[in-house]
Design a protein around this ligand. Structure first.
Ligand code: FES
Length: 223
């Protein structure tokens, strides 16, 4: 019976019978290795780029995000004394309030001032420089404010009515946050002895015309 050759024999023989064959094979293995290394590296870089794409994409603000941050305009031409308009800017409620002459007169009372924590708006972060005055506004009548309590971020109630004994024995109108009872006057100035630490925030704004206010205007040098 003829003896069958083991498969290993073939492999053993082909691996270097003539001189130079081993060198050729080694060269070709080396080239193949190099090719595989470069191909793997290329795939790795592409893979990393694909994996990073969502992050790269997330660095660029979407059109919606850009529009949320964009300035907005409020037409105040139809606002009667005592009226209020609410708009959204950067995801936050902003109120435009037309204060009455009585309200303006009440804001100058000395006994109100004594009850306020920061009557002169000394905390710079709470308003642009052009609203750093007793009325916290560019024009006395029109008050523009972000309607978010500076305690824990609730939207306070607009309570221009007075007297309002349930809020305060001497209530002269203002903004009242019922969750922890913070009180602000009609210029958004916080009362003493309430949880809210600072006055309400006045957003950057300017008058494009007597009837049109723009909120979110970047240049804080407006006067
Ligand atoms: S969030 Fe306004 S008093 Fe607490």
């Amino acid at each position: 019976m003829k003896k069958q050759k083991a498969p290993e024999d073939k492999l053993t023989r082909s691996a270097g019978t003539k001189s130079g064959q081993e060198g050729d094979s080694s060269d070709s293995s080396s080239s193949r290795r190099k090719f595989l290394i470069s191909a793997t590296a290329a795939v790795g870089v592409t893979g990393a780029a694909i994996a990073a794409w969502p992050f790269i994409a997330s660095w660029r603000p979407s059109a919606r995000a850009r529009s949320i941050g964009a300035p907005i305009q409020i037409d105040i031409s139809k606002m009667e004394p005592g009226a209020r308009i609410t708009v959204m800017w950067q995801g936050k409620p902003v109120w435009a309030v037309r204060r009455t002459l009585d309200t303006l007169e009440g804001l100058s009372h000395e006994h109100l001032r004594d009850r306020l924590r920061d009557p002169d708006s000394k905390v710079d972060s709470q308003q642009p420089a052009y609203a750093q005055n007793a009325l916290r506004s560019i024009k006395p009548e029109f008050f523009i404010v972000i309607a978010i309590c500076t305690h824990l971020g609730c939207v306070p109630l607009w309570r221009p009515d007075y007297p309002a004994k349930r809020i305060d024995d001497d209530w002269m109108g203002g903004y009242f946050c019922p969750c922890h009872k913070s009180k602000f006057d009609m210029a958004g100035r916080v009362f003493k002895a309430v949880p809210a630490p600072t006055n309400l925030v006045i957003p950057p704004h300017r008058y494009l015309s007597p009837d049109l206010v723009e909120i979110g205007f970047d240049d804080l040098s407006n006067s």
